[in-house]
Design a protein around this ligand. Structure first.
Ligand SMILES: CC(C)(COP(=O)(O)OP(=O)(O)OC[C@H]1O[C@@H](n2cnc3c(N)ncnc32)[C@H](O)[C@@H]1OP(=O)(O)O)[C@@H](O)C(=O)NCCC(=O)NCCS
Length: 169
């Protein structure tokens, strides 16, 4: 498939490559970034390489999409944003995102979420976007609220600390 590169005023969202290994390792090992995330910590370069290969494999199989968020001007890696759990039955997919610590608090994720939600509604044509968020993850809840995601008051079946937020077109 042709990978959908997305752009905004400041950002280029592109496919991950092996050159991103160090940045992916930071994102997936930093304790603060992972505080509310329900996933195993990556601790070695090998973990990060395996992760990138798995991500690109899933894109090839059209199971998910995963973008590196980069600053267009400097090509700096700022974070990632992804879509997964595509469901024709529920007309939905799920969104996930994370920023390197030094790129938080600048409105970068707001820009990325805007272009990715537009992509879901206009190109993938799903009507619902889900986000599973830890009830204490204020930064993420604040971001979702700006886009009118609504707390469905349902929790993730496997982890009751995760609330399911939904945005319907
Ligand atoms: C969730 C996360 C991506 C939110 O990042 P963020 O930087 O707070 O989100 P935004 O990009 O929307 O930036 C918003 C902040 O930038 C500020 N800002 C500065 N310049 C801005 C601009 N030009 N435009 C918009 N906002 C701007 C806003 O005022 C806001 O700050 P505030 O919260 O103090 O009011 C980040 O906290 C993170 O990576 N957390 C760890 C991973 C994680 O938990 N992911 C979510 C799992 S559900």
């Amino acid at each position: 498939m042709i990978f959908p590169i997305l752009t905004t005023e400041r950002l280029t969202l592109r496919q991950l490559s092996i050159d991103d290994t160090q940045d992916i390792l930071v994102l997936r090992s930093d304790l603060e970034i992972n505080k509310y995330l329900d996933r195993p910590i990556s601790s070695t370069t090998e973990d990060a390489i395996n992760f990138i290969n798995k991500v690109n494999d899933n894109i090839e199989k059209q199971n998910s999409l995963y973008w590196a968020i980069t600053l267009t001007e400097t090509k700096t890696f700022a974070g990632t944003i992804c879509l997964f759990d595509f469901s024709n039955e529920n007309n939905s997919c799920e969104i996930g995102y994370e920023l390197m610590t030094k790129f938080q608090g600048q409105g970068i994720m707001k820009e990325a979420v805007q272009v990715v939600t537009d992509y879901v509604f206009q190109t993938l044509k799903f009507k619902n976007i889900l986000a599973c968020v830890h009830y204490d993850n204020q930064n993420s809840i604040k971001l979702l609220t700006k886009f009118n995601f609504v707390n469905s008051m349902e929790t993730d079946k496997e982890n009751p600390a995760l609330n399911i937020f939904t945005l319907t077109q």
